[in-house]
Design a binder for this molecule. Sequence first.
Ligand code: AKG
Ligand code: FE2
Length: 269
Amino acid sequence: MSGSFIAGHDDVLGAAFLRDGYVISQVEDVPSLTRIRDRLAALAAAELGKAAPNAPQDFLDNIHKFVPIEKLNDFRVSLIGKINAESWVREAYYRLAEKALHALVGNELAMQRRVNLSIQLPDDESSLLPAHADTWSGDSPFEVVLWLPMVDCFDTKSMFVLPPEVNARIAPSLAKYESEGIEALFREHESEFRYLTVKYGQYLLFDQNLIHGNRINREKTTRWTFNCRFKGLFTPYADKKLGEFFEPITLRPATRMGLAYRPPGNFRG
Ligand SMILES: O=C(O)CCC(=O)C(=O)O
Ligand SMILES: [Fe+2]
């Protein structure tokens, strides 16, 4: 993006995001990450009648030893409720990628009101997200997803994204998969999907307009990842509205000033 008013690291990060459709970096605030991970592990242990674990990452990686697949969705939904009930969690989550969000999205942001949690036990076929773009189901194209692993994620224990140039090549022929099913798209382009290696301690920020999703986790350990959407506060909204799904988090003074302004009655100046 040379020649733009955006300079230095923001420019480099923006170019990488546009080229690849994502960026992966070390979290910007390690204490916030540790706090989220430890709280999640303690809540998960409490669900199972256990004490908070001494080795939280190991405990999460091995949760399939304690949670049978038929109980998994209730377990997950309960944890989502409990983690979102912790009033500090969203701010801590934002701090993990604050600078990158400012560089890629802007400094006046709306954030999803609830963080979402995926748990995929090894060989579990019940909680998959087939290839999709979020814009196919009510998200605005202005949103990015901040995706945060609580354990090391790689290969089928992670998610896949189509590179932007492949996505652009496929887009004109998407309609044919309406009848054939989206699985056919995955099979035809399997070698072009990129599984992202994102370790605990890192985050992924990705473009949800690109086709992405996951497969059966064929690794030996359980996948735990959060996801949460961010967008420029004043960019267009689709079905997910401000106040319902999104909430302003970083209103700047000039915007507050403008929103508070009332025209002076019938004085015309
Ligand atoms: O976590 C995944 O495997 C997919 C996530 C996803 O589709 C999303 O966050 O939009
Ligand atoms: Fe998605």
